[in-house]
Design a protein around this ligand. Structure first.
Ligand SMILES: [Zn+2]
Length: 259
C-alpha cells in the first residue's frame, strides 16, 4: 500500500517532467534547462507552482503573474503517468518487468502527445527508448528470461525490434510507391516499434501492432461516422501504437493464459 502510493506520487512527478518534454522537444529545445516558465509572460515558475496536479488546482488553471490559462493537458499528463505507474506496479510488483514498463511507458507518453499535436515522433524519444531496452536485454541474457519475451531465446527481443517495424516499413514503402509522399505513413511509426519490440519481444510486438491497427480502425470509423474529421484529414497512428503497447504490456497474460 505504502509503496503503491509512493509509486503513484513519483509517477506524477515524472509526468511533470514529461510535460516539459512534450512542450520542448518539438521546438528542439533542451528538456533540462532553463527551468520552467510561463509561456504567456515568461515568469519563472516557483517551487510551489511545480507540484503535480495540486498546483494547477491551487492556481485555478491560471498563471500567478499574468493570468494566462494553463492547458488542462499538464495536470492530465501528470495524473495519467501516476495512474499508469501505479497499474504497472500493481501488476508486476517489485520486478525488472515493472522497471522496464515504467521506463517504456514514460517514453511513450510524450510520443503520443507530440504525435497528436505535431504529427511527428522525435528520433530522440526512439533513441531514449532503445537505450532503456538494452539493460533489460542483458538481464534476460544473464539473470532470467524476461516475462514479456515469452521465450528463453537470446534473439526474441532482437527479432522484436525488426518484426513489427519491418512490417510497418514495408507498408510505408508500398504507400510511398502508390500514393507518393502524402499517402505514406510516417517513418516515425516504423521507428517507434524498434524500442517497443526490444522491450516486449517479437510475440507481444506483433500483437501490439495488430491491436493498434484494430483500435485505430474503430476510432477512425467513429470519427468519420460522426463527421468529427473529414475523409482526407490526417490522423496520427502514434497515439494508437502507444495505447496498444500499454494494453498489451499490462494485460498480455490474458492472451497467453490458455496458450
Ligand atoms: Zn504568465
Amino acid at each position: 500500500m505504502f509503496i503503491g502510493i509512493l509509486v503513484f506520487l513519483v509517477g506524477m512527478c515524472i509526468g511533470s517532467f514529461l510535460n516539459v518534454c512534450i512542450y520542448r522537444i518539438p521546438q528542439e529545445k533542451s528538456v533540462v534547462s532553463p527551468p520552467s516558465s510561463c509561456p504567456g509572460c515568461g515568469e519563472k515558475l516557483k517551487a510551489i507552482d511545480l507540484i503535480p496536479v495540486l498546483s494547477f488546482i491551487l492556481l485555478k488553471g491560471k498563471c500567478r503573474n499574468c493570468n494566462a490559462r494553463i492547458s488542462l493537458q499538464y495536470p492530465l499528463v501528470e495524473l495519467l503517468t501516476g495512474i499508469l505507474w501505479l497499474f504497472v506496479y500493481m501488476r508486476y510488483g517489485l520486478t525488472i518487468e515493472t522497471l522496464a514498463l515504467l521506463y517504456l511507458f514514460s517514453v511513450l507518453i510524450p510520443v503520443a502527445f507530440i504525435d497528436l499535436a505535431h504529427f511527428i515522433i522525435p528520433n530522440g524519444l526512439v533513441l531514449a527508448g532503445l537505450l532503456g531496452g538494452i539493460p533489460l536485454y542483458f538481464y534476460h541474457l544473464t539473470v532470467r528470461p524476461v516475462v514479456f519475451y515469452r521465450s528463453n531465446n537470446w534473439y526474441a527481443p532482437l527479432l522484436g525490434m525488426v518484426s513489427a517495424s519491418g512490417i510497418l516499413f514495408i507498408v510505408a514503402l508500398i504507400g510511398l510507391l502508390i500514393y507518393g509522399n502524402d499517402g505514406a505513413m510516417g517513418m516515425g511509426d516504423v521507428k517507434i516499434f524498434l524500442p517497443i519490440g526490444l522491450f516486449l519481444g517479437w510475440k507481444l510486438a506483433l500483437v501490439t501492432l495488430l491491436l493498434s491497427i484494430f483500435i485505430a480502425g474503430i476510432v477512425c470509423i467513429f470519427l468519420l461516422l460522426f463527421r468529427i474529421v473529414e475523409r482526407k484529414s490526417t490522423i496520427p497512428f502514434g497515439p494508437f501504437i502507444v495505447l496498444g503497447t500499454i494494453i498489451i504490456g499490462l494485460f498480455n497474460d490474458l492472451l497467453f493464459r490458455y496458450y
